[in-house]
Design a binder for this molecule. Structure first.
Ligand SMILES: Cc1cc2nc3c(=O)[nH]c(=O)nc-3n(C[C@H](O)[C@H](O)[C@H](O)COP(=O)(O)OP(=O)(O)OC[C@H]3O[C@@H](n4cnc5c(N)ncnc54)[C@H](O)[C@@H]3O)c2cc1C
Length: 608
């Protein structure tokens, strides 16, 4: 049976040594006013969350996977213990951790809220999605709902009395939401009747809470075709009276649950809306804009699934590699035993250190982005808010795709460390692999994240946001010139920032002639930017580790290991960028093959 221990020391390293979070948060009057910016409070929260993750929800991870969810006459039952764990989670205030105190939340910084989320994901990903989706619904309503709606719904969501969902996907449309058919008929009294079918709705129906708040994309009758005619609606499972009490059951019914590869304990529902009453959130036909708020938060949440699962898989693979003896190492590691532990072999170390390095890069990116979110939302200086918002916008698709791709690869490598035992259910490694796979697919596939990066975030604003990232790298290189310990990293970093600009120009120029060029290069380009970002973060971590070593604070070798991980990353993982630069430049030429010869398609192309 696998175990999970929250990586508290690593988290504290990032908060204290690398990002000096307390100091950064002290510049934000919102947190100072609520007294939630201190390192002491963060320490207490992380300790408590770690206990909850390991003691309450991790023990339900394998049983939840084996049992799954079931549905009968629209009523969904979640695996044994799930509901009780959620009640306990809500009662302890975790559901409102980084929520606004005006609505009953605790006003804790996003950077701490997301650290807690990582622990819940690492302990039990399927379970963590129930509060995760609610948090997303809270965020969208807080940004776009009327005061009246906020006053009723937000306290319930933050208290965990009600949960939320995100209803976008329909049978014929996932990526292309412009095709959606769910209709909204105006009742003329401020409500709409919503009709249509949504599929693949995570936490779409369950037995955790008194009510479920569905956030639904639909088209008001007569609205324009495509994404310009989509509006966002709040459709509760039970109608809600003006005093917040529950009214009659709304006709939104779970028709079935999907049978799927992983995250089996999360109920993925097909929902039929049969004239269900809803209210408009935000402006008519501006639903995509409102939903993006939820989707951006959800993308970072999905990114963290790659990290949480990568971490859980790593911890178990490490323990196994120290224990499992096979073959002989030269020199002998355990002479008294008939064989040596597999952790002695470089190839096993390669696998372990790859997973460890990707986890540490991912955690640094998550903490950095979460702190930027705090700045974006609460810094008194508008220029600082804009700068932070640009970094968040640029790197959210990178985090989502790079972290989930590496997370999946990490679970596979950790499974490989177990040899054949990794393939057997009782060790739990195959569950990590199955659970990690979905992160690459939902919340917009990783291919779509890559298109968002190159199209909207980079070429769409003339490279302005990318220049901000390059600027950070260049300043770091300049500030640390002459630091001999960092010199090899600085050299790589300086070149990488330059090459990122060159590659962007290459793609941009080709895309002006043929838009397929951007599509062809997008996934490799995102991976390239992911590596450049991690290289920057590993340089920051190395600098912080060197400082602690110089202060004589490294009796246990914790900081030395940080340096060694960074050196491994630069030597063994970052060089993938060389291949990526070549494949980016290779562009669309070898993909623009003859349709008939390659795919057996006969057609006439019509230009718009
Ligand atoms: C377990 C699970 C849970 C989910 N939870 C939710 C949820 O809570 N709420 C919700 O609304 N949805 C949810 N989804 C849906 C999920 O977000 C979609 O499946 C996903 O966005 C992809 O859409 P699709 O499946 O329709 O694939 P398609 O859109 O049909 O895409 C198929 C393939 O084509 C590629 N593609 C499409 N267009 C382009 C293009 N222009 N250029 C290049 N490549 C392209 C895609 O990248 C993909 O590889 C969930 C799905 C699953 C499986």
């Amino acid at each position: 049976m696998p175990t999970y221990k929250a990586p508290l020391r690593d988290m504290r390293f990032l908060l204290k040594d690398v990002f000096q979070a307390e100091r950064a948060l002290s510049e934000l009057p919102y947190y100072v006013g609520h007294e939630t910016h201190s390192a002491d409070l963060a320490d207490q929260i992380l300790d408590e969350a770690a206990r909850f993750a390991s003691n309450v929800i991790q023990p339900l991870n394998m049983s939840g996977d084996a049992e799954g969810c079931s549905v009968s006459n629209g009523v969904v039952t979640t695996p044994a213990g799930f509901k009780e764990a959620f009640k306990q989670f809500a009662a302890a205030g975790w559901t409102g951790l980084d929520g606004d105190p005006e609505y009953g939340g605790q006003g804790v910084p996003h950077v701490i809220g997301n650290a807690v989320s990582e622990m819940m994901i690492g302990a039990n990903t399927a379970w963590s999605m129930y509060p995760g989706l609610s948090h997303g619904a809270y965020t969208a309503l807080k940004a776009y709902a009327s005061d009246e709606t906020k006053n009723i719904y937000l306290p319930k969501l933050l208290a965990g009395e009600w949960t939320g969902t995100m209803c976008l996907t329909e049978p014929h449309c996932g990526t292309d939401l412009g095709l959606l058919r769910t209709k909204a008929a105006d009742n003329g009294d401020g409500t709409f009747n919503i009709s249509g079918t949504k599929i693949f709705i995570s936490a779409g129906e369950h037995d955790f809470a008194d009510n479920i708040v569905h956030l639904v994309l639909a088209r008001i009758e007569g609205a324009p075709a495509g994404t310009k005619g989509i509006s966002l609606f709040l459709v509760p499972k039970f109608l809600v009276n003006t005093d917040g009490s529950l009214g009659e059951r709304n006709p939104v019914v779970c028709a079935s649950l999907e049978h799927k590869m992983g995250i089996k304990a999360n109920a993925t529902a097909v929902l039929n809306f049969d004239g269900a009453r809803g209210i408009l959130v935000g402006q008519p036909n501006k639903g995509m804009q409102a939903m993006f708020i939820m989707m951006n938060g959800a993308r970072l949440g999905t990114a963290m699934q790659g990290l949480g699962l990568g971490e859980a898989a790593y911890q178990n693979a490490l323990a196994y590699a120290k224990d499992r003896i096979q073959m002989r190492h030269e020199p002998r590691l355990t002479p008294a035993e008939p064989a040596d532990p597999i952790i002695g072999y470089p190839d096993v170390r390669r696998m372990l250190m790859t997973v460890k390095a990707y986890n540490e890069g991912a955690r640094a990116l998550t903490f950095w982005l979460s702190l930027q979110l705090d700045v974006e939302h609460h810094h008194p200086d508008a220029a600082k808010r804009e700068e932070a918002a640009d970094i968040v916008a640029l790197l959210t698709p990178v985090a989502k795709a790079f972290m989930t791709d590496n997370g999946f690869q990490g679970t596979v490598l950790a499974q490989q460390v177990f040899g054949g035992h990794g393939y057997i259910k009782e060790w739990g490694m195959e569950q990590f692999v199955r659970d990690a796979r979905i992160g690459q697919i939902y919340e917009g596939t990783n291919g779509i994240q890559a298109l968002d990066l190159i199209g909207r975030k980079v070429l769409g604003d003339g490279g302005k946001k990318l220049q901000k990232l390059s600027g950070l790298l260049a300043s770091f290189v300049e500030e640390n010139e002459g630091n001999e310990d960092l010199a090899p990293m600085l050299e790589v970093l300086g070149k990488a920032a330059q090459q990122a600009g060159t590659l962007t120009m290459v793609i941009g120029q080709k895309a002006m002639q043929n838009p397929d060029e951007a599509n062809a290069a997008a996934v490799d380009y995102l991976r390239y930017i992911g590596h450049v970002t991690y290289a920057y973060l590993f340089a920051l971590m190395s600098k912080a580790a060197l400082e602690q070593i110089a202060l004589g604070n490294d009796k246990e070798g914790f900081y030395k290991a940080k340096l060694q991980t960074a050196q491994f990353y630069y030597a063994k993982l970052f060089p993938e960028t060389k291949a990526l630069a070549a494949t980016i430049k290779a562009g669309n030429d070898t993909l623009a093959v003859d349709d008939a010869a390659m795919f057996g398609i006969e057609r006439e192309l019509v230009h718009a």
